[in-house]
Design a protein around this ligand. Structure first.
Ligand code: NAP
Length: 376
């Protein structure tokens, strides 16, 4: 199921704290950075915070700039992004500013929390998600029912930690403020638990007055049938690689990337690469990796088109090459149509060989784009 693009936003002190323990909210960002945050808010469909942040900070979470609100209206969007919070307990102050400022509000909670919220007269749409709160279900609901395509999450640490650990965060926008908190009881950005192995990708650093913005993307592939944010990133790269293929009237243009479990890119390839008129994308990528590379069994192959099941130009089709390499997870955007081979079922070959195949149809149009002349 497609999910919104999830952007985590936070400011931390040099000792990694989100706040101090005083009654007032600690201002970590600089004025220009608060304005940048306002701009990011203006570009999203919804802003989410945990109930802990509502209790601690009593935030409004508005787009403050009248010009940005006017631009949203002019684009046919609501003046303010939807405000979303999560609470298992439903223990929320109905007088909090969150409920009485800005546009529409939404509370995701448990069945018990919904009863409590109803009793206290919370002014919001309340969506109970059963006995416990499941983040993937919550994001699916936001996407499918509320039309949220871009979600900004503004804390706190409990919420950020879960979204990152569950592979549901597409991007982390972290601002480092030049001050120390020093209080061992102060809330930290990320708690203990299992994070992605390996390193995240640093995509930007920006000095804004005396703070530094760092933007990171997760890199580690998922491990089962559910796609992670990093899976989306890699499949999107495979679709971009497909655009580099020399044109052909007799073969698809496909891009592929092979990624180790810790998020290291092992190789990439595309159809008809390096002057070989028949090489396939997955074949070109796998050929760049030593056959005994110990990272292959834990790796994921991303291919804009399902790996081929039959081919005349080489002894082995790509589905068999992938199985022979030891890779046991494939993420693809588009099942192979009957254009050149009738009833090709690379996914079936892979699954029969013990590989997990994940199809993300929301990328199908991008995978098809360099092949329009064939499909037509
Ligand atoms: N510097 C920054 O950028 C920044 C930004 C935001 C917040 N903050 C700071 O962060 C602190 C608050 O962080 P926090 O970690 O205590 O709170 P939080 O992450 O804002 O909210 C945690 C609460 O959300 C609900 N929740 C989260 N995950 C849940 C799940 N899986 N199931 C059910 N309920 C769930 C629970 O509410 P219930 O308890 O109601 O069940 C939980 O107590 C504050 O000090 C605030 O100032 C700083």
């Amino acid at each position: 199921m497609p999910l919104p693009y999830v952007l985590l936003s936070a400011a931390v002190s040099l000792d990694g704290c989100l706040d101090d323990t005083g009654p007032e909210r600690l201002l970590l960002s600089s004025p220009a950075d608060f304005d940048r945050v306002d701009e990011v808010r203006a570009c999203v469909d919804a802003i989410l915070v945990g109930a802990g942040t509502i209790r601690a900070d009593n935030p409004r979470l508005l787009v403050n700039s009248p010009e940005r609100r006017a631009a949203r209206r002019a684009a046919g969007r609501p003046e303010y992004p939807l405000k979303v919070t999560v609470s298992g307990s439903g223990d929320l102050d109905p007088a909090a500013r969150f409920w009485h400022t800005g546009g529409a509000k939404l509370l995701y909670t448990t069945d018990r929390g919904a009863e409590r919220a109803a009793r206290s007269g919370i002014a919001a749409d309340v969506v109970p998600l059963g006995a416990a709160l499941d983040w993937r279900r919550l994001l699916e609901h936001l996407h499918d029912v509320r039309g949220v395509r871009r979600l900004m999450v503004e804390g706190g640490g409990t919420v950020h930690t879960q979204l990152l650990q569950q592979g549901l965060a597409d991007e982390l926008q972290l601002v480092l403020a030049p001050l120390f908190v020093g209080d061992p009881k102060a809330p930290r950005l990320f708690g203990p638990g299992t994070y992605q192995p390996g390193r995240l990708r640093l995509v930007e650093t920006r000095q804004i007055e005396d703070v530094v913005l760092m933007r990171y993307e997760p890199t580690a592939p998922g491990t089962g049938p559910a796609a992670t944010a990093a899976d989306h990133h890699w499949l999107s790269l495979a679709c971009r690689l497909a655009k580099r293929c020399p044109p052909s009237e007799t073969a698809f243009s496909v891009g592929a990337v092979v990624v180790a479990a810790d998020g290291t890119e092992l190789a990439r390839g595309h159809s008809r690469e390096a002057g070989d008129p028949v090489v396939h994308a997955e074949e070109a990528a796998l050929a760049k990796i030593a056959a005994d590379d110990p990272r292959l069994p834990g790796a994921t192959v991303y291919s804009s088109l399902e790996p081929c099941a039959r081919r005349a130009s080489r002894p082995l089709p790509c589905a068999r090459l992938i199985l022979a390499s030891g890779v046991r997870r494939v993420v693809t955007a588009w099942r192979e149509p009957d254009t050149f081979v009738e009833g090709a079922d690379g996914s079936g070959v892979l699954a029969a060989g013990g590989a997990e195949v994940v199809v993300l149809p929301e990328y199908e149009e991008r995978a098809k784009a360099p092949n329009r002349h064939l499909a037509g």
